[in-house]
Design a protein around this ligand. Structure first.
Ligand SMILES: CC(C)(COP(=O)(O)OP(=O)(O)OC[C@H]1O[C@@H](n2cnc3c(N)ncnc32)[C@H](O)[C@@H]1OP(=O)(O)O)[C@@H](O)C(=O)NCCC(=O)NCCS
Length: 179
């Protein structure tokens, strides 16, 4: 499955993407916000591609202009948090590309994929408190806040995480498409 947006192509990761992934996942600003340690080698990035990014609903974000992988986005499983948030979008982007509205563009495409191709009734998204950049993406894409919960991540034992949802009905009404 390949999805397209104005500035990106979303496709499955391959092991050849390990160097591009390492180039941004080794930057501590990326993992710190998302709750994981910076990658320490291209080999570690390749291992992540083989394990975490092997899911068919996880996409490499390819910049159309350069042809490089500049981020990841997709539906990733999260261990149970007390209610079913299983259709949850997660993402990260190379800091070189921050602030250009790329992730909202990608998330909107994933919402269309999730609601029309996967027939999901609702889609979740979450951020750690203080991750204002991710919070803004979530708000601009039309999600609304539902609950927060303390969760442990690779970096913190007790990170307060805020969960948001967008239902198919809300999405069909056009919420978040132009934010
Ligand atoms: C969260 C993330 C994907 C946002 O992607 P993006 O394409 O930059 O999103 P946007 O361009 O819409 O910017 C979102 C907000 O970030 C802020 N921002 C923009 N550029 C920034 C920069 N260089 N430094 C810090 N904040 C910046 C702005 O407040 C912006 O909100 P606004 O549009 O209301 O002004 C990206 O910041 C990232 O990869 N962060 C690290 C990983 C992460 O947090 N993943 C999500 C885990 S929940």
């Amino acid at each position: 499955m390949v999805l397209e947006t104005e500035r990106t192509i979303l496709r499955r990761f391959t092991e050849e993407d390990a160097e591009d992934l390492y180039a941004y996942a080794s930057d501590p600003r990326v993992g710190r916000a998302a709750g994981w340690r910076p990658h320490v080698s291209v080999k570690e990035s390749r291992d992540i591609i083989r394990s975490v990014f092997s899911s068919p609903t996880e996409f490499a974000i390819v910049d159309r202009e350069s042809g490089h992988v500049i981020g990841s986005a997709g539906f990733l499983p999260r261990p149970a948090v007390g209610r079913d948030t299983s259709n949850e979008i997660g993402y990260s982007l190379s800091p070189t590309y921050w602030g250009r509205g790329i992730m909202p563009e990608v998330v909107r495409r994933l919402l269309r994929y999730g609601f029309t191709d996967l027939h999901l009734p609702e889609i979740w998204c979450a951020h750690g408190t203080g991750n204002l950049q991710s919070q803004r993406v979530i708000e601009k894409c039309g999600f609304h806040f539902v609950f927060s919960q303390h969760l442990s991540t690779d970096l913190e034992k007790d990170r307060l995480t805020c969960f948001y949802v967008l239902t198919r009905e809300e999405w069909e009404r056009g919420e978040g498409r132009h934010g």
